[in-house]
Write a protein that binds this ligand. Structure first.
Ligand SMILES: Cc1cc2nc3c(=O)[nH]c(=O)nc-3n(C[C@H](O)[C@H](O)[C@H](O)COP(=O)(O)O)c2cc1C
Length: 204
């Protein structure tokens, strides 16, 4: 045992989990005259399937934190390579200083099941979310939210009705760098799938 642990170097208790998504969260508070805004979020993840729920962690200092706390809703917009620069920009400029939709030439569209938060028309897909609970953790507050609806752009539907996620050219975040999500490597349960199932799913 001892001899194997020598093969690792301890780099500290850091946020090293990888890869993680990097997405654009859409929010707005029209009742208080606050325009649609986008914030880049990497601290996001699915936390439950029934009911479908996710979490995002946001610092109190962010403009978006106040918006979501008051409206209780947001969208999470998936990001492909085409939106990579916009996603980075939304993570380094605040909506307090700049209208990010306008600056990036992005279009805010209504999101199903939500009344205030916009989605990004150019995104390959987005999730409509309603906040259920806010938990103060330390640097970040965790927003636990129900996923009320998922909308996928028409252009990613194949003739058989399945969704071509590979064509979305999605990006991930790995310790400070954006990485392209590659081609399919396997599928849920492929390690124990029958040869027939493998042939059907993977053309092998
Ligand atoms: C790749 C990336 C990921 C980020 N993830 C988060 C996050 O998960 N939570 C957070 O509070 N800020 C995160 N940020 C920082 C905010 O996106 C950034 O402070 C943004 O300018 C805040 O916008 P706002 O003030 O308009 O809300 C991230 C930034 C980048 C570039």
């Amino acid at each position: 045992m001892e001899q194997f642990s020598n093969n690792f170097r301890e780099i500290g208790a850091t946020t090293y989990l990888s890869p993680i998504p990097t997405v654009m969260l859409g929010c707005a508070d029209p009742q208080n005259d606050i325009k649609p805004n986008l914030i880049t979020i990497a601290w996001a993840g699915i936390v439950c399937s029934k009911p479908p729920m996710l979490s995002v962690s946001i610092q109190k200092s962010r403009h978006s934190h106040g918006i979501i706390s008051s409206t209780g809703e947001f969208t999470l917009n998936l990001v492909g390579q085409e939106l990579g620069k916009a996603m980075d920009f939304c993570g380094v400029r605040s909506g307090r200083d700049v209208d990010k939709f306008e600056a990036l030439g992005l279009t805010a569209i209504p999101a199903p099941k939500l009344s205030a938060a916009p989605a990004v028309a150019q995104a390959p897909a987005f999730l409509s979310c309603r906040v259920k609970q806010i938990i103060e953790l330390g640097s970040h507050d965790l927003f636990l939210a129900d996923i009320l609806q998922v909308s996928v752009a028409d252009r990613y539907f194949q003739e058989n009705g399945s969704i071509d996620e590979e064509a979305m050219n999605l990006l991930s975040f790995v310790h400070g760098k954006y990485r392209k999500v590659g081609s399919e490597f396997g599928f849920f349960g492929y390690s124990v799938a029958s040869p027939e199932a493998l042939a059907r799913r993977q053309g092998k």
